[in-house]
Design a protein around this ligand. Sequence first.
Ligand code: DLL
Length: 433
Amino acid sequence: MIFNEEFETLPREALEALQLKRLQQVAQRVYHTVGFYKKAFDEAGVTPDDIQTLEDIRKFPFTTKQDLRDNYPFGLFSVPMSSIVRLHASSGTTGKATVVGYTKRDIDTWSRLMARSFVAAGLTKNDIIHNAYGYGLFTGGLGAHYGAEMLGASVIPISGGNTKRQIMILQDFGPTAICCTPSYALYLAEQGEELGIDMTSLKLRVGVLGAEPWSEKMRREIEYKLNITALDIYGLSEVIGPGVAMECAEGRNGLHVFEDHFIVETIDPVTGETVPNGAEGELVFTTLTKEAFPLIRYRTRDMSRLMKEPCRCGRTVARMARITGRSDDMLIIRGVNVFPSQIEQVLLDIEGLEPHYELIVDRDGTLDTLEIKVEVREAIFSDEVRTLQKIERRIAKDVKDYLGVTAAVKLVEPKSLQRFEEKAQRVIDKRSI
Ligand code: DLL
C-alpha cells in the first residue's frame, strides 16, 4: 500500500524535474530571507540562478551542525516568529541543542510524511499505534503522533518511561503497532519476560523503530522476542524529524527517502566530494518543501549508501541502506578507525551473547585501550569459568581479526548493563572526559 501514490511512484525523470523546480525555489527563498545563506552563497561565489540542473547543487556550500549552533536559537528561520507554530530541539551530546521551527504547513507536510511511513510499514486506519517515542522537544513523539492521526489510526500517546505501565497497556489496549527505539523494544521484551508475560502473544504485529543505529541481528532478536515485523525509520530534527526515510514491509531492503521533499546526496566525509553511485558516504540533505527552517546541503554525519533501483513495493524514490554509523562516532583506537556498529556486528555473530554491550575507551599512558563488556545468556553465565573464558577469547580474536584492534573483553551477567528508554549510549570514551 502507498499513502501518496502519485508522488511516491513518479517516474524518475518526472521526480527529478519536480526536485529541480523545488530546489530553484528554495534556493531563491533562503538567499533572500536568511542572512546566513546570503553570506554563504556570496562567499562561495554562487547565486540561486546558478541552479540549472540537479547536479548544480554541488556548487553550493554545505551547512553544518556548527552553523546551526552559531545561529542559535532562531537565526536560520526563514519566516517571522508569528508564522512558527512549533519548536523542537535535538539534545545533542556536546554543545548547545539545535533548535528547529515549523509553520502550520510544515506540520502538515511532516504529518503526511509520517503517514506515508506508517503505510509503508503496512499500517492502516484500523491499527492501534502504541507510541513510546518521547513526547517533548524530541521530534519522535509528536512526529509519530501527528502521522498516526493523519493516517486515521488510533494512537496511544504513552511516550517514554514507566515500562511496567507500558506493558500493562500493551496487554489491555491491544495495540497492533509500536513506535520506539530498537533498544527500548528489546528492553520492553525483556521486562515483559521478567514479569512472566508471554510478549509474543500480544496483538502487536509491526514495530516502527528508529532514532538510533541498529543491526540486522538486532532486528531478528526484536522480531523473535516480540513476534512482530520490525521496520527501520530514519530522520533527524534538523531535516524535519522522523519520516525522512522509511523501510517498506514488502522490500525490507533499505529505507525509502521521500525525495519529492528532500534531495539526498552521499559525500566523502573527509573531502566533501560526491561518492560514486551506490558507494558508502555521509548523507547530506536539502529540504525542498519546508517553510520555516529550510536547509541547504545539511551534513548529517550519518554514514549510508544510496540505491536508486525501483523497489518491489512500487516506490521509485531512492533507498538508503541502514545507517552504519556516524562519521563523528568513529572511534580512533591506536590509529585504527572503528565504528561501534562494527563491534556490534562481531558480537552479534557469536552465539550466546545478548545484544547489550558497552565499549569503554580509555588511555593507559599514551596507549588507547578498548574494553568491551557484553552480556551473556543466563545458561552460559552459570556455566564453567572455562566456557566464559573461551567466549571472551573468541570475541577478542574476532575483533582483532576483523577490525584490527586489541580489546579486553569481559562477559557480564544478563541484565547487568544499563538499559535505555530513549537512545542507547553504548560508548564511554574516558579519553575525552
Ligand atoms: O532521532 C528523529 C527520529 C525519531 C527518527 C524517531 C526516527 C524515529 P534526532 O534526535 O535529531 O532525531 O537524531 C537524529 O539520530 O542523525 C542519526 O544519527 C540517528 N538516527 C535516527 N534514525 C536512525 C535510524 C531523531 N533509523 C540522529 N538508524 C540521526 C540509525 C538513526 N540512526
